[in-house]
Design a protein. Structure first.
Length: 71
């Protein structure tokens, strides 16, 4: 595609996540610099390389929900 950018499919392969999860990260703004061109998300390579997922699992999900409720 464009130099320095990758598609959702390429990012999902790089991060070992589903394409749906990558799209949700784009929507939530957790991958800085993403842009939507038509129906396609273009994601800066540096955003993918610097992405650090948060804690996973049942307890982590409940902690995030509690934090949202208190805010």
């Amino acid at each position: 595609m464009i130099d320095g950018y990758m598609t959702v499919k390429e990012a999902s392969e790089r991060l070992s996540r589903t394409t749906g999860h990558i799209r949700q990260l784009c929507i939530d703004g957790q991958l800085p610099g993403v842009q939507k061109v038509g129906n396609t998300w273009i994601i800066p390579c540096e955003s993918v390389e610097s992405y650090k997922p948060g804690p996973q699992g049942f307890e982590a999900v409940w902690q995030r929900r509690r934090a949202k409720e208190e805010a």
